[in-house]
Ligand binder design. Structure first.
Ligand code: SAJ
Length: 404
């Protein structure tokens, strides 16, 4: 059996590779030539622990091959981005292009699986886009299903084969065919439903997390007002057998949790009031942190701020949609303090911070030594080990509660 995977990013590449390493012939497609060349050389263009070895094996064995064009196959997997537009409305243009692009390659009996996190109804739209692109396919038996990806960046090689998967076809036959396919390389349970429920399940998982983080973030602001240590508070409250509060931080980053709840709000704007408010609470948290830093800057002479951590969460190098990077950049733009930008997981100053005369890329010990304000933004393992005596006499703003 052969498989064509459209989109070779954080989800598409590990998925293509896992399937290839289970004996399928896999054709990966990505429009970016550099991505294709890197993969065909047996290397990876993203950072994900363990993935390089997977890709090296799959390409070395001749089971995975990348191209800038799709390839005929038995199964097509769409793993393209589903961002939102400026007005928080879902942008399905990548999914539509992918559907239209694979349509000419489809034949009787083929299965098309949408893995991208998508608003309710998208899998049915994929079918409609395919059929409108190639009307001749209307007479052929084709199968369409949604199987949303659920892996945690940083743990993809463990979670991809191990997590339970939700599988929802546009009809019963599509569901069954998709379950049979995933059973070859997923050891987790394969849970059957219809495509619309599968779509909303994925959005629900991320909205659940977003709402719970918003609860923690709101508590942190309440605690600041009342002079209470929020981390102690949460630790204590979590000792109740039915309470499990998440951790506050400088905001919610990444390309999933900060995006997906908006798809629910867009589909049911009147009803999704809590989900919308949670998004707003989390989106406002960077501004709240920034206001604290401005206060600190006003209170010291020659302010020098060490911004510790730029990634969107601990122990990864992913800077996309990172509240920490956003905060550091806005501080840089204000130009009211010298900034030491620290990110142990990258080797150079990120592009977003380039060109600011007041920003310096620095190793964390040096940054702390030179700064008079220390702003902890990400709970990377390196920062947890810092000897707290190094912080003495400095104004410390710890948004993750690792030193408090
Ligand atoms: N965060 C907090 N406090 C917490 C937990 C997280 O502030 O207690 C912040 C993180 O710092 C980060 C953001 O939330 O900025 C998101 O991080 P995350 O680790 O919660 O999630 P992601 O975006 O890396 O991955 C999520 C996962 N979804 C769930 O856990 C429900 C993952 O399983 C999904 O596959 C992924 O979204 C996705 O691709 O949709």
């Amino acid at each position: 059996k052969s498989v064509s995977v459209i989109g070779l990013g954080y989800i598409g590449l590990p998925t293509a590779t896992l399937i290839a390493n289970h004996g399928f012939k896999v054709y990966g497609m990505d429009p970016v030539q550099h991505v294709v060349d890197t993969i065909n050389a047996g290397k990876i263009h993203i950072v994900e622990p363990g993935l390089a070895q997977w890709v090296q094996k799959a390409v070395g064995d001749g089971h995975l091959q990348a191209d800038t064009k799709p390839h005929k196959a038995d199964v097509f997997i769409l793993a393209v981005p589903t961002p939102f537009k400026g007005d928080k409305k879902p942008d399905l243009s990548f999914v539509e292009s992918a559907a239209r692009e694979v349509a000419p390659y489809l034949e009787e009996g083929n299965l098309v699986i949408l893995e991208s996190t998508s608003p309710v109804g998208t899998t049915e739209k994929v079918r409609d886009w395919v059929l409108s692109e190639c009307p001749a396919l209307k007479d052929k038996m084709l199968y369409f299903a949604h199987c949303p990806e659920r892996v945690l960046p940083g743990k993809i090689v463990v979670e991809l084969p191990g997590n339970d998967r939700i599988i929802g076809g546009v009809d019963e036959a599509s569901t069954k065919k998709t379950v049979e396919f995933y059973s070859h390389f997923v050891t987790g349970n394969l849970l059957e439903t219809d495509s619309r429920t599968a779509e909303l399940s994925k959005l629900t998982e991320n909205s659940f997390r977003d709402v719970n983080i918003a609860f923690a973030n709101e508590l942190s602001m309440i605690c600041d007002k009342l002079g209470i240590n929020v981390w102690e508070l949460i630790r204590l409250a979590n000792r109740h057998p039915r309470v499990n509060i998440l951790q506050p931080g400088p905001g919610v980053g990444g390309h999933c949790i900060a995006v997906d709840p908006w798809f629910v709000v867009d589909s049911a704007p009147e009803e999704a009031r809590l989900i919308r408010t949670a998004r707003q609470v989390n989106d406002n948290k960077p501004q709240y942190v920034m206001a604290k830093v401005f206060d600190a800057i006003r209170n010291v002479k020659e302010p020098r701020v060490a911004c510790l951590g730029l990634a969107f969460k601990p122990d990864i190098d992913d800077l996309r949609e990172s509240p920490s990077l956003q905060i550091t950049r806005e501080l840089a733009e204000k130009n009211i303090a010298h900034i030491y930008a620290v990110e142990p997981n990258v080797t150079q100053l990120p592009q977003k911070l380039e060109g600011f005369p007041n920003v310096e890329f620095c190793e964390y010990k040096e940054a702390i030594a030179k700064a008079n304000i220390v702003l902890l933004l990400v709970d990377h393992k390196e920062f947890k080990k810092i000897d707290c005596s190094l912080l003495e006499g400095k104004c410390v703003i710890d948004t993750r509660g690792i030193w408090l």
